[in-house]
Design a binder for this molecule. Structure first.
Ligand SMILES: *Cc1c(COP(=O)(O)O)cnc(C)c1O
Length: 380
């Protein structure tokens, strides 16, 4: 059996969790949360980073920080996870979906301007598979129309665009540390704040709308309710788990990039014969091996291959059902322009098993079965 994903546990997680418990601080913002925040600032060069209970919640914090009001419009791809849209819908926003580029599956930067109206407030690039959107172009559009840019960098930890960490380029960025992502704390995430003007309010929103942080820093002698907010700070037990992985981030990143490269090189002959398509990484992007996908000719073939691999105990999966064709997408959003690629490309995509502990033998088995499938069904 080759699972699609195996949650990562390196070794020190239990020791650090024990330390968090022995330190008598298992609620939020203990020593491990602070250590993770500091590590993430150091790694990404963001102005401030705060761990959150999920990437979904980091996106919700971003929507609140951007002061989204009912009727405001937010531009994003339809090929993304529901949380990208939901976070802004919760504040009353209307979602405007634009088409993706077929080569990277990222929002097509050349279609954004046409989607802007006087109600547009934010652009949300999603860095699919840890491969960056065209951030120079997106930041230039943001500046020209006075729009904020919130990066959904759920896949993007340790990936770069022109040497800059994903999540640190827009006004705000969001990471996910869900079990399915490269670095994990079970459920968790982080918000990257790239402007001083958002820093203080972010702490308040994360602490149930109180200025408790000023109290803990002894700036005030009692704390009180000052703004809207919620409970977005994770337990230090979860942060302890994450910290064990951050300490080994380079090692994890290299292993995943290596597995990604092996898939790519081994499957290249099939791509050369136009039986499958492989992911494209633009020159200015350094990816993090978050996920490896191939594209089949159509949905039928994709589903056939899933079934074929399953017979040999290999689990392969696909995502996303485009948001604009889901019931909530109809209610809360609209697709601007033509859906040339979002639906058709999402029907062809297939994700292969990729996780830190995947062995070379397992990877070879997956590749062999894909070749076998192609001989059986295509005779080559
Ligand atoms: C995983 C994911 C999220 C949500 O992350 P959670 O930490 O599970 O809330 C948001 N956006 C994208 C693109 C994701 O893949």
């Amino acid at each position: 059996m080759i699972p699609f994903n195996k949650p990562l546990i390196l070794g020190k997680e239990l020791e650090y969790i024990r330390q968090a418990i022995t330190a008598n601080h298992i609620s939020g913002d203990g020593a491990y949360t602070k250590a993770c925040n500091d590590w993430l600032v150091d790694q990404t060069k963001a102005t401030k980073v705060l761990l959150t209970t999920s990437c979904t919640h980091a996106l919700e914090m971003a929507a609140i920080l951007c002061k989204i009001k009912p009727g405001d419009e937010v531009i994003m791809p339809s090929f993304t996870y529901v949380s990208t849209a939901n976070a802004f819908v919760l504040q009353g926003a209307k979602i405007v979906f634009v088409d993706i580029r077929p080569d990277t599956m990222n929002m097509d930067e050349n279609l954004i301007e046409a989607a802007i109206t006087e109600k547009t407030k934010i652009i949300v690039p999603v860095h699919y598979a840890g491969i960056s959107c065209d951030m120079d172009k997106i930041m230039a559009i943001g500046a020209k129309y006075h729009l904020l840019v919130v990066e959904d960098a759920a896949h993007g930890m340790m990936a770069k665009y022109k040497g800059k960490a994903l999540g640190s380029i827009g006004d705000l960025g969001c990471f996910s540390f869900h079990e399915s992502k490269n670095y994990s704390m079970g459920e968790g995430g982080a918000i990257l704040i790239n402007h001083k003007k958002f820093c203080h309010r972010a702490e308040i929103i994360r602490e149930k709308g109180t200025n408790r942080n000023d109290f803990l820093c002894k700036k005030i002698d009692k704390y009180t309710w000052v703004d809207v907010g919620s409970s977005y700070s994770p337990s230090d037990i979860n942060a302890a788990y994450l910290f064990a992985q951050l300490e080994e981030a380079q090692k994890i990143n290299h292993r995943r990039q290596d597995l990604w490269r092996q898939y790519y090189d081994l499957l290249k002959p099939l791509a050369d014969k136009k039986i499958i398509e492989l992911p494209h990484v633009p020159d200015e992007c350094e990816h993090n091996g978050h996920l490896f996908y191939i594209k089949l000719r159509d949905m039928n073939e994709r589903n056939q291959l899933i079934h074929y691999l399953k017979q040999y105990g290999i689990s392969s999966v696909f995502h996303y059902i485009p948001l604009h064709s889901s019931p909530a997408g109809f209610e809360f959003g609209r697709f601007n322009g033509e859906d040339r690629y979002t639906t058709s490309e999402s029907e062809r995509i297939l994700r292969l098993p990729l996780f830190y502990d995947l062995s070379e033998e397992e990877l070879m088995t997956v590749v062999e079965k894909i070749y076998e499938y192609s001989v059986k069904y295509h005779g080559n």
